[in-house]
Design a protein around this ligand. Structure first.
Ligand code: CA
Length: 485
């Protein structure tokens, strides 16, 4: 992906002018006077399938209201389908390579030392930056990017947030408890209720100080274990949950590299290898949906507080999932696959200067870094960002813009285009082990791998070129000492 030099030059010049105090009125007439705030909301493991995205079985009035009052990106993709690595990519605005952003526990500071991160950039430009909940996967990652110590609740060792006697007992035996919990308790018993409380209190503080803010709020559900309070489970009738048609079907012509054990789920007590029973699968989907509804209620409180503090008109709100999640599709569960269910994410941008709309263009989560800088008139960090600003698409979301997305999970490298998804597995540079190609228009569930069909050779060649072009020269390089960048 090329650096967008015009924009880099434009915004670098802008930054110099702002520092020099020259031509401010001409360059940034209004926004310099009242810098726009950013409310950056991440939802852990959220699929793009609440009602605004066409999944009417999920009760999510607040997610839907946000989606319908902002720009909903229907085809946004993560760069790595796992928490830590995806978040490091988002926060640095850079792609994964063979050497960086590899795992659930990736820290951006370890993998790309010396690189600017999104909140740090806002802080450097006069914003108060604050992190509540799960933003960076590791709570100690890029501490200096925040104006005050992050509020996390989760610790390295107590992250599941169990409250039932059974789960607490199992968890204390050095194994995880059950993958769910259904207690009749208040919302604030669990992390997300407390995260919302803290975020609401912070909005009040920001209102009183008047300093522009970048508030990052990271809800931790619907990540496993599914532990929303009982009232959210009660919103759904498990007998009405329809299991995915291809739940137990792994397409025979997909390479074996595309499949592996869903270790994340297997690490919970009582989960055994092999296909899940219908009852277990139904409970998983029930728990996931209830968890989304629980987060949705917290989001509603947060958005209401933004309104009550009179901040809505001067705040850009972004909501995204860090990656997708399989609920049985392709015969698998959890994340870390190269299929659409793992790679596609919800992305909503509600900016006061833009009308609501829907974009069906392919975009990437690395696009968020430059987008938020353009929306707030901040300079770009030089020679860093892999993505493109989506600000132009916010002006006219219905306009078709050709886009591609790059994703990587282990040796599987994927390029998604408006019409296709193509993945190659390479254990070594230039050594292709396997590949798969899906026609997303005619086969949206990716059931028929057409990479080996003769008539698709030219298409495979062109997608391969597109993939290599996205990866760029940095992909083959060893980790550099980026202090000098
Ligand atoms: Ca996640």
């Amino acid at each position: 992906m090329p650096f967008h030099m015009n924009k880099i030059i434009q915004f670098t010049c802008l930054g110099v002018l702002l520092v020099a105090g020259a031509c401010q009125e001409r360059i940034v007439p209004e926004t310099k006077k009242t810098p726009k705030n950013v409310l950056f909301i991440m939802v852990d493991d959220l699929r793009p399938e609440f009602a605004a995205y066409g999944q009417n079985e999920i009760i999510s009035p607040n997610l839907d209201a946000l989606a319908n009052s902002g720009i909903r990106f229907d085809r946004a993709y993560c760069q790595v389908p796992i928490c830590g690595a995806s978040r490091a990519s988002i926060m640095t605005g850079t792609y994964p390579t063979r050497h960086r952003f590899l795992s659930a526990r990736t820290a951006a500071e370890d993998d790309r030392p010396g690189t600017e991160v999104l909140p740090g950039h806002f802080k450097k430009n006069g914003y108060h930056t604050k992190s509540i909940g799960k933003i960076f996967d590791r709570v100690d990652d890029h501490l200096k990017a925040w104006s005050e110590p992050p509020i996390r609740f989760q610790s390295m060792y107590r992250w599941p947030d169990y409250h039932s006697e059974e789960n607490l007992r199992l968890d204390s035996l050095h194994t995880l408890g059950l993958p769910w919990e259904k207690l009749d308790v208040p919302d604030s018993t669990y992390f997300d209720g407390r995260i919302a409380n803290e975020a609401i209190a912070s909005l009040k503080d920001f209102k009183s100080t008047g300093q522009p803010f970048f508030l990052a709020v990271g809800f931790v559900k619907p990540h496993l274990p599914f532990t929303p309070p009982k009232k959210y489970w009660d919103m759904y009738d498990p007998n009405e949950i329809v299991l995915p048609e291809h739940r137990t079907f792994q397409p025979g012509n997909a390479p074996e590299e595309a499949f592996f054990k869903w270790i994340e789920l297997l690490s919970y007590y009582g989960v055994e290898e092999g296909p899940l029973s219908d009852e277990f699968a139904r409970n998983m989907i029930h728990g996931y949906r209830a968890s989304v509804s629980y987060v949705d209620a917290q989001l509603g409180r947060l958005m209401e507080a933004l309104d009550q503090e009179g901040l809505t008109e001067n705040t850009t709100v972004v909501l995204l999932g860090d990656h997708g999640w399989h609920l049985g599709e392709h015969g698998v569960w959890c994340k870390k696959y190269s299929f659409q269910e793992s790679l596609r994410v919800p992305l909503i941008i509600k900016d006061p200067a833009h009308s609501p709309g829907v974009s069906k263009n392919v975009v990437e989560l690395v696009d968020l870094f430059p987008t938020l800088l353009e929306l707030t008139n901040l300079p770009y960090p030089e020679h860093q960002l892999a993505g493109e600003s989506l600000a132009g698409q916010l002006q006219n979301p219905e306009k078709e813009v050709y886009g591609t997305a790059f994703s990587k999970w282990q040796n599987g490298l994927t390029v998604v285009t408006p019409t296709h998804s193509y993945t190659q597995w390479m254990s070594e540079p230039n050594t292709i082990q396997a590949h798969m190609l899906y026609d997303l228009k005619n086969d949206p569930n990716e059931q028929n791998n057409i990479a080996h069909e003769k008539e698709n050779k030219a298409l495979v060649d062109s997608l391969e070129s597109e993939l290599y072009s996205l990866m760029g020269p940095e992909f083959e390089q060893p980790i550099q000492n980026t202090e000098q960048e």
